[in-house]
Design a protein around this ligand. Structure first.
Ligand SMILES: [Zn+2]
Length: 174
């Protein structure tokens, strides 16, 4: 499978068939989809008005990609800093806590996974992703309060009633 950046280049390539560019955008979601594949696609399609007949507005794909990339830029430095910290600890023979970090999840799904593709936050992806990662860095406990919308009436291992987010992702729901 090609990388996210290489697939992103295919999305922006105006010489390609718009339908193939749309497939490339969907392929980007295999690399990075903070709400999960389907909910992230639904969000981007609605927010950037990606038409069913893509020939009518192929540039909607580039606009959607801009938003997706902006969210990825929020995540990458934190993942890199965490990896560097792990290497440093290893070099000094220190053990490090085996904690779940949302960006480690496949495609970043653990950041703000939405099990119902039709129910996800309305705010831009970089805003939501940044808010969740800031809260994680500050040690916030997602069991007490939704890290995305602040709802204090969370039900364990169930998606938030207001924003649709289930912390921990598909495999490790909290
Ligand atoms: Zn919420």
């Amino acid at each position: 499978m090609t990388s996210f950046p290489a697939t992103a280049v295919q999305v922006r390539d105006r010489s390609r068939d718009p339908r193939r560019r749309r497939v490339s955008l969907r392929n980007c979601l295999y690399h990075f989809a903070p709400y999960g594949f389907h909910a992230t696609w639904n969000h981007l399609a609605a927010a950037h008005r990606i038409p069913r007949r893509i020939e009518a507005d192929p540039e909607s794909l580039a606009r959607a990609l801009d938003e997706l990339e902006a969210a990825r830029v929020v995540v990458l430095p934190r993942a890199a800093a965490f990896a560097a910290d792990q290497r440093e600890r290893k070099r000094h023979g220190r053990r490090f806590p085996i904690a779940a970090h949302p960006w480690d999840s496949w495609g970043g799904h653990g950041i703000a996974y939405c099990p119902d593709p039709g129910k996800h936050p309305f705010e831009p992806l970089p805003v939501v992703v940044g808010r969740v990662l800031d809260a994680c860095a500050a040690g916030a406990d997602p069991r007490g309060r939704c890290l995305v919308c602040g709802d204090e009436d969370r039900r364990p291992r169930r998606a938030c009633r207001h924003c649709g987010v289930l912390p921990g992702g598909r495999n490790n729901p909290i």
